[in-house]
Design a protein. Structure first.
Length: 374
């Protein structure tokens, strides 16, 4: 990073900032229903090395894409789609909140695979937010910054995501998953048992049109909540669902059932991890996957194959798709002793079944976005 910066600007960087990607252990498609999620920030991040400028220009060169983004803080405008909209969106959201910004220049590079369901976009957003905060000496309030980043993604980039990804990238904690109540935004750290490893299994598949399917699911959840006279499915009880489900169209009934059960599963998984009941945590992950596949219908044949292969490995307590779905990554909870051997076995079996070369990352739970003065 620093070398990349020095090569471009012939001077050392003043700040190095980074923000992690995340993997969600359980609680999928619940965040925008005001429900519960259990993600962790991972030890793969987006990094920016930078120094302030005297003017209002931001100049950011991507070392991965060999592209340079340049924009004027006093004349923000949309460009084409691409990674450049995230930093601009962050500048826009910070300015909308009344913060005064300063220009800077730097280089950006990432270790979070793109479009894989590991929140590379939230990592770019939070790293950029840290960069602006560092050079303009803004107070760093992680949850508030996460909300601004979500606003940037919703209103500037135009993706109707929930709060999970940004909150995790901002508030991650080493060796802990985060139980997040997406209504109150209360975060409770959940220690990860030392005997467990978290494996991220990238199917290498990516799907277009993810955001239209995502928006459609959001809409279906809203319809479901309305049918019960609620503003969000968070407030739906088992009893009310049992009494009223017959009135719902089959598709809506399945969506609602997923959210209701997934919230309950997430809370049980939190307890299971706290009590080191890894077998139970793994079982809940497998149930979560089945529900995402059959009721919420956001899995894919590649994800189903990956989960089935992973869950069958010795020492694997459970696996499921992670993130928005339709492609990207699965996550598995594996006995630490077995984790090293499981990776190559999973990729071999997956290649045999699908012809695709998958990637496996053993991930540690990491801290949230940080800035370092150099
Ligand atoms: C994407 C969104 C999140 C969340 C997940 C599904 O990652 O950005 O807000 O809705 O999908 O759980």
């Amino acid at each position: 990073m620093e070398r990349g910066f020095a090569a471009r600007f012939r001077q050392p960087a003043e700040w190095i900032v980074h923000a992690p990607g995340r993997v969600n252990l359980i609680g999928e498609h619940t965040d925008y229903n005001d429900g519960y999620v259990l993600p962790m920030a991972i030890d793969r991040a987006v990094w920016i090395a930078l120094r302030p400028r005297a003017d209002q220009l931001v100049r950011l060169e991507s070392l991965d894409f060999h592209e340079t983004l340049e924009f004027d803080l006093q004349a923000l405008g949309h460009g084409g789609p691409g990674w450049g909209e995230y930093p601009k969106g962050i500048a826009w959201a910070l300015q909308q909140s009344g913060r005064r910004l300063r220009g800077w220049e730097g280089v950006i590079s990432g270790e979070v695979p793109l479009g894989a369901g590991l929140s590379s976009s939230a990592a770019v957003e939070l790293a950029t937010a840290r960069a602006f905060a560092a050079v303009a000496d803004l107070e760093w309030d992680p949850p508030a910054m996460a909300q601004l980043a979500q606003r940037a993604e919703n209103e500037w980039v135009g993706v109707a995501c929930g709060i999970m990804d940004q909150l995790t990238s901002a508030c991650g904690l080493a060796d802990h998953a985060l139980r997040i109540d997406c209504r109150s935004l209360e975060i409770e750290p959940v220690p990860l048992p030392e005997s467990a490893s978290v494996l991220v299994l990238d199917t290498g598949t990516r799907r277009d049109l993810v955001s239209s399917a995502y928006n459609q699911r959001r809409e279906e959840c809203r319809t479901g909540a309305q049918a019960f006279g609620l503003t969000s499915l968070r407030d739906l009880t088992e009893e009310a669902f049992a009494a009223g489900q017959g009135r719902l169209e089959p598709v809506i009934r399945r969506r609602v059932r997923h959210v209701l059960n997934e919230n309950a599963r997430t809370l049980r998984a939190v307890q299971a991890l706290r009590q080191r009941e890894l077998e139970l945590a793994g079982r809940l992950m497998v149930q979560s996957h089945a529900s995402l596949r059959d009721d919420f219908e956001v899995s894919s044949p590649a994800l189903d194959a990956m989960v089935e292969i992973a869950a069958a490995q010795p020492g694997c307590w459970g696996a499921r798709m992670t993130g928005g779905g339709f492609g990207g990554c699965a996550v598995a909870l594996v006995d630490r002793e077995a984790a090293g051997a499981a990776g190559p076995r999973i990729t071999a079996a997956f290649r045999e079944r699908t012809g695709i070369q998958a990637a496996v990352y053993i991930c540690r739970a990491a801290g949230g976005a940080e800035a370092m003065h150099v």
